[in-house]
Design a binder for this molecule. Structure first.
Ligand code: CAA
Length: 380
């Protein structure tokens, strides 16, 4: 296993860091308070090539891999995890829904380039009020009517929901077959019968826009059904395998961002006549967290490398997601604790990071679902 990043990967990492520091750090606290997404910055990320990093150039991508993409999500999430998830959902969950659906070349060319070049947002419509962890329990339907499908249902917790031009909607064309009757549809959000429902008021990732997507006799051209009837569930699972690499990178970035802020603070902050970093308990705890961050990092890079080298990566993605997001929660809690009263205050950033970390343990499959995936494979 090669532990060295290539020159190109280092360049991507540095560009992402600079982008996050210059474009996302200013206003990150205000956007968290006002729940406002930095749309212009997203477009800039598109111009820099970030959104399409792991897709071929002919579909609007950069022809690179998940390793490069993970590095970019990680750097960005050190500063703005809301941006990190919006980016990851667009690239992995929307992009993956088209890419892994057996879409035709014509469909890939119709539904990928605009999104992968960051001109518009994509979102992923799988979850429903009664189909969360049990994703196969969707009841949204799609009925063929001539050259169109008519979709009815409600998708919830849709990241980028209010911003998206395209949403990948998973709907039943054969309801009697339950999850084996799902197909994936690319719904243009200007289509008749689709609208944004309730916009969520969240604990964390407050700048990310998350909403319901309501389909009421929504008419979609038959061309927008990507992949075959019955393939939808597997397509969603494949997109989520990739999405979990993105969430792992987001979690790792949050952990590292909070850790770096805590280190700086502990060197500066003096109590009892010395910097608090001189206390052995605090040093030992920080050492333990440094070890966990490093372990999480290599698990993430392993999952990304498995993806890029054509190995099976569902397991390594689930493990990386579990590890990186639990480390994010642990590190951010300690960062707040070690920064004391200041850590609890908005302007020190780490309280936001702690709120942001929580959702990474929940979305794209709770960490208990990751355990189910990992445990299930052990005894298959
Ligand atoms: N890749 C390909 N195929 C897969 C697969 C994968 N990763 N996982 C399962 N499958 C296939 C199985 O092989 C099986 O195929 P056969 O019927 O041909 O044998 C079929 O799919 C059904 O598999 P299971 O019986 O394992 O399915 P299940 O109903 O028991 O569910 C689960 C498995 C892992 C629990 C799944 O439901 C799951 O991942 N749940 C979590 C859902 C999730 O992550 N939701 C997040 C939504 S997005 C979000 O969070 C919001 C956002 O915008 C950020």
């Amino acid at each position: 296993m090669n532990f060295e990043l290539t020159e190109q990967q280092i360049a991507i990492q540095e560009t992402a860091r600079k982008f996050a520091e210059e474009e996302l750090l200013p206003g990150v606290i205000e956007r968290d308070e006002s729940s406002e997404f930095p749309v212009e910055q997203f477009k800039k990320a598109g111009e820099l090539g970030f959104i399409g990093l792991p897709y071929p150039k002919e579909y609007g991508g950069q022809g690179l891999g998940y390793m490069e993409y993970a590095l970019a999500v990680e750097e960005i999430s050190k500063i703005d995890a809301s941006f990190g998830i919006s980016y990851s959902v667009t690239t992995s969950l929307y992009g993956g829904s088209v890419w892994y659906s057996d879409a035709t070349d014509e469909q890939k060319k119709a539904f990928l380039p605009e999104v992968l070049s960051g001109k518009v947002f994509g979102s992923f419509g799988l979850t429903e009020p009664n189909a969360g962890s049990d994703a196969g329990g969707c009841i949204t339907t799609a009925v063929k009517d001539g050259d169109e499908y008519v979709l009815n249902g409600l998708k919830c917790f849709n990241t980028n929901g209010p911003l998206a031009k395209y949403t990948a909607v998973y709907a039943l064309t054969e309801p009697e077959k339950k999850s084996k009757g799902l197909a994936c549809f690319i719904v243009d959000r200007d289509a008749p019968g689709v609208r944004t429902g309730k916009i969520e008021n969240k604990m964390g990732i407050r700048a990310a826009q998350v909403s319901e997507v309501i389909l009421e006799d929504c008419r979609v051209p038959a061309f927008n059904k990507v992949g075959n009837d019955g393939n939808g569930f597997k397509t969603a699972m494949k997109a989520l395998d990739c999405g979990r690499i993105g969430v792992a990178a987001q979690g790792l970035g949050i952990a590292e961002g909070a850790f770096e802020r805590a280190v700086e603070y502990m060197k500066e902050r003096e109590q009892f006549g010395k910097p608090i970093a001189k206390n052995q308990f605090l040093q030992f705890k920080m050492a333990e967290l440094a070890i966990k961050i490093e372990a999480a990092k290599y698990m993430l890079y392993k999952a990304a490398t498995d993806h890029d080298t054509g190995k099976s990566y569902g397991q390594s993605a689930a493990k990386a997601k579990y590890m990186c997001t639990n480390v994010a929660m642990e590190v951010t809690e300690w960062a707040v604790q070690f920064m004391g009263g200041n850590g609890y205050m908005r302007e020190y950033h780490v309280e936001r990071m702690m709120r942001d970390a929580k959702i990474t343990q929940i979305y794209e499959g709770t960490n208990e679902i990751q355990q189910l995936i990992i445990g299930g494979a052990l005894f298959r």
